[in-house]
Design a protein around this ligand. Structure first.
Ligand code: NAP
Length: 249
């Protein structure tokens, strides 16, 4: 259990804060004294987050671009964690529904760009800020039955690296989190329960709190130091295989 903290280090916005990595990151930032806006859709999870010191729950569907713009237009943010993401069904691309393809690109890629576009001008003006993007090993190597998810994460990786070039001299830092297998609810719609159980029992998955701990370490580096990317995987996992019928990442 995290202990409470009284100091206020600045404002953080975490997308996908209602579950998994985003929830652990929100709790860790709040514990360190950041004032955290925790964005997600799950009402029960948002209500629980609302009971935690330094966390303000924010109910929003990231695909609602006008609501996002209205909410963030004048909100100064010091730390943005672009984390929300979905895993579409793990099937061949030729069998995918167009709606699943569109939704994956919308949440995993377009929404992250949209939120960043809204928050970044204020960071540039204030000459400080830190942008995190949750990428994936699936964006670094090909996996079967994950073409669209992998494409969304490869695009995030490329975007984060190029954005960092744009921001040279601005004092705004950019970090991509390249996550391997982390035990969360991500595969809830992609795999059935037996397959999920088999996947997580293959090796010791990273826990969301491990990712949050690394994020805090990176954030707490001196302002002139930018950890541009960190890869965090189970010790037993290697990129390109190592585990569950190719369904890794
Ligand atoms: N778990 C892994 O092994 C792994 C590996 C590599 C990368 N990642 C990445 O890590 C990030 C976090 O995923 P996770 O593993 O923590 O999964 P998770 O437990 O399923 O969390 C996903 C979060 O995204 C939010 N979200 C999804 N669609 C949304 C929408 N339309 N609007 C607002 N919020 C939305 C969900 O909130 P609501 O349910 O409230 O909508 C939830 O809080 C994702 O980008 C994922 O691709 C995960």
């Amino acid at each position: 259990m995290l202990s409470a903290s009284t100091s206020n280090k600045g404002k953080a916005l975490v997308t996908g804060a209602t579950s998994g990595i985003g929830k652990a990151v929100s709790l860790a930032l709040a514990d360190k004294g950041y004032s955290v806006t925790a964005l997600g859709r799950n009402e029960q999870a948002l209500e629980e987050l609302g009971g935690i010191k330094n966390i303000r729950p924010f109910a929003l569907d990231l695909s609602d671009s006008s609501a996002l713009e209205a909410a963030l237009a004048s909100e100064p943010i010091d730390v943005l964690v672009n984390n929300a993401g979905i895993m579409p069904p793990n099937i061949k691309f030729s069998d995918m529904e167009q709606a699943d393809i569109d939704c994956t690109i919308e949440v995993n890629l377009s929404a992250a760009l949209r939120v960043t576009r809204l928050v970044l001008p204020g960071m540039i003006e204030r000459k400080s800020g830190h942008l995190f993007f949750t990428g994936s090993t699936a964006g670094q190597a090909p996996f079967p039955n994950m073409a669209v998810y992998g494409a969304s994460k490869a695009a995030i990786s490329s975007f984060a690296a190029a954005l960092r070039c744009d921001l040279s001299g601005s004092n705004v830092r950019v970090t991509e989190i390249v996550a391997g297998r982390v035990e969360t609810a991500l595969y809830r719609d992609a795999l059935d329960e037996d397959d999920r159980e088999r996947m997580y029992s293959t090796f010791d998955a990273v826990q969301p709190e491990n990712v949050a701990e690394m994020l805090l370490t990176v954030l707490q580096m001196p302002a002139h130091v930018d950890v541009t990317r960190f890869d965090i995987l189970p010790t037993a996992q290697y990129v390109g295989g190592g585990g569950f019928a190719g369904k890794t990442g």
